[in-house]
Ligand binder design. Sequence first.
Ligand code: TYM
Length: 334
Amino acid sequence: MRVVSGIQTTGNLHLGNYLGAIKQWVAMQDSLEEHGGECLFFLADLHALTGTVTPQELANSTIEMAATLFAAGIDDRSILFNQARVPAHAELCWILQGTARMGWLNRMTQWKDKAGKNRDGASVGLFTYPVLQAADILVYQATHVPVGEDQKQHLELTRDIATKFNQDFGVELFPLPEPLISKAAPRIMSLRDGNAKMSKSDPSDLSRINLIDDNDTIAAKCRKAKTDPEPLPDSFDALADRPEARNLVTIFAALADRDPQSVVEEYAGQGFGAFKPALADLTISVLGPIRERLTALLDDRAEVGAKLAKGASRASALAAPTLKAAQQAVGLQV
Ligand code: TYM
């Protein structure tokens, strides 16, 4: 089993990233002892260059996100590094650009959303972004990729690229990676709009709970979260048409490792005046300790950087044979 996943280093890590991805990463790391294999997690700093991040923001974000992952429980059993320190990702990406088709990339919803109407003004990197993501995964011959639901399409593309490469060059180099999508929190929604994803790029900070938010901010964001005036029903399915209410119950259940049905049963008949303070207390009890460890780790940013460098050398050793095999398969003399 080879587990690989990444996070783009722009903006702040939020509760959606934590429940949809990071919590799964920590669980995968724990289950490694049972199943064997490796977990590789990385900060996608090369992907961040496809947007409008400043050099200072990028440098800070890489260290801060790494520290957040350590604070959330990633440790030396996993290999944590930043993508730019392992050049094999970018080298394999270039090779795979010969395999990926324009039509495939044109269908990517993230490309369509992020480029909007001004496609001519979008960076080329934004368009080829999913090919680098495929390289991130395939360069380790990953078998499992724990991600939120929004990354599913990029994973399907990765499988298409792997299949075509194997066929075109008559090799069995790339296994087809399986997406592992959290059942509890596949898609955490904005606190301001139950139909929009909680996202780093939402202009409203009230739309998300950041992992660096202090307790008062978390409580205020829970209090101000959009809801409806109805009390909670006794069945989670009855929340199908109440996206904001459904999202808050989903968050509660995922944070508490409970079934959402048991959460609605506990609060059935009560309004959000009762539910929101309970949600705030629970969120603070989970995120508070992570934030405290994060603050302590950020006292020594150089140490966080040194750990990333160590992770990069472990990752490079694992990537090297696959890159070499891909270069040989296409006939490069290196
Ligand atoms: P990114 O940085 O947007 O998000 C990191 C992880 O968090 C998940 N996620 C969510 N899960 C549930 N609810 C949400 N609201 C939510 N928002 C984000 C994402 O699905 C992701 O798992 N392209 C990737 C980074 C990447 C990558 C890779 C991932 C680069 N290379 C290789 C896996 C494998 C991205 O931008 O994720």
